[in-house]
Design a protein around this ligand. Structure first.
Ligand code: ATP
Length: 370
């Protein structure tokens, strides 16, 4: 299931050149984006990048200053929020404190004039879905944070929207509960066959849950791709730096041909990186490599002149599953390398201040053109 990879599939939600200005401030800047039916889609970005504004425009709480939002084949301009086949779950959950769980879930259905029996049935179904049957007659203040979150989820799904919008849905939960709930949300989304659009500033959350992620900055989408693509093949310095840990080397292109680009990187390291781009010789370029892609050895690699540098072990952090090394290269640059402890040889006892080598394969990192 990957409709975005098929050029013939029709998007379910389309933002077409959407701009939103508040006064002279541009919160969303000429943004175009497609989301597909049954996709779990994440809008990821730092605070203020415009992701909530985008979600609110889809819900109909804000109107675009320019551009078009098409949902399931219909241009949404002029359609009020309650007439859109979407529902929004807020971080604050916005539960009614004086109403029981049951009444909270039933609220929207009643407003829609649904028959009483049918409401009862639907509410029960929703309670079962979020495993809260036993809590039906409690008030929100008699529930834990995780339970409240589930009530909010049940309430937002009770009307069976085609699209559920979630604004930082797990922000109020502690780490362990957040992780559990991520998997519950994924299960639910798959079982119900709905389209979920989640706003988060938490990259791990986006990586865990989403089929695809749009990384946003200053009202623009910088990259849209699967979590693996975003991590393995960031399209820019911003994305490489924003997602996960990374080492970035700056330099100048010294050669570019036949799928390989050579860079004279800062600190005098010669980098050869696999790339389909052919930037011009002499242009500025960067090279990004994840800590786990750096090989750390105590002896020089076979070809120490290319994709290798030596330095001093500056810091060693044992993290259980892996060990993270900070290595101060001869150039003074400090790089981060990580090794899975399960893969470490016992006879490899790294110690502080030791001289070590880093080395890497041509396809272990990516060329940064910006
Ligand atoms: P956060 O994670 O902090 O909510 P965000 O990426 O969701 O951030 P938005 O809430 O979309 O960001 O806001 C984007 C920018 O637009 C912010 O700088 C915000 O101050 C501004 N903004 C949002 N709503 C309004 C408004 N009603 N009036 C004026 N400025 C607004």
């Amino acid at each position: 299931f990957a409709p975005w990879a098929d050029a013939t599939s029709k998007p379910f939600i389309s933002f077409k050149n959407v701009t939103k200005r508040f006064g002279d401030f541009t919160a969303v800047d000429d943004l175009s984006l497609n989301i597909y039916h049954r996709e779990f889609f994440a809008l990821l970005g730092a605070s203020g990048c415009g992701k909530s504004t985008l979600l609110r425009m889809l819900a109909g709480f804000e109107q675009p200053t320019a551009g078009e939002i098409v949902l399931d084949g219909t241009d949404m301009a002029g359609t009020p929020p309650y007439r859109r086949p979407v529902n929004m779950m807020f971080q604050s959950y916005a539960l009614f404190p004086h109403m029981t769980v049951e009444k909270n879930i039933a609220f929207g259905l009643r407003q829609d004039g649904m028959q009483k029996d049918e409401i009862g049935e639907r509410v029960l179904q929703m309670l079962k879905m979020v495993k809260l049957e036993k809590f039906a007659s409690r008030k929100p203040n008699q529930l834990s944070g995780g339970q409240r979150q589930r009530v909010a989820l049940a309430r937002s799904l009770a009307k069976r929207p085609k699209v559920l919008l979630l604004d930082e849905p797990l922000g109020a939960l502690d780490k362990k509960l957040r992780e559990e709930t991520q998997f519950e949300l994924m299960d639910l989304q798959q079982n119900l066959g709905l389209t979920f659009v989640v706003v988060t500033h938490d990259q791990e959350e986006a990586m865990t849950m989403a089929d695809r992620i749009a990384v946003m900055s200053h009202g623009k989408v910088i990259q849209v791709a699967t979590p693996a693509e975003i991590y393995e093949a960031p399209n820019s310095r911003f994305v490489a730096d924003f997602i996960g840990d990374v080492n970035i080397f700056d330099g100048k292109v010294t050669a570019a041909a036949a799928g390989t680009v050579e860079i004279a990187a800062d600190g005098g390291m010669m980098v050869k990186v696999a790339s389909s781009d052919t930037p011009s010789v002499g242009s500025a370029a960067g090279f990004a490599i994840r800590p786990e892609k750096l090989k750390v050895t105590r002896t020089p690699p076979a070809n120490p002149g290319v994709n290798a540098a030596s330095g001093e072990l500056w810091d060693i952090a044992y993290l259980g599953d892996m060990t993270v090394f900070h290595i101060k290269l001869k150039s003074g640059k400090v790089v981060k390398a990580s090794l899975l402890n399960a893969q470490r040889a016992v006879e490899d006892p790294f110690t502080y201040d030791q001289e070590v080598w880093i080395s890497f394969a041509e396809d272990a990192g990516v060329l940064l053109k910006d």
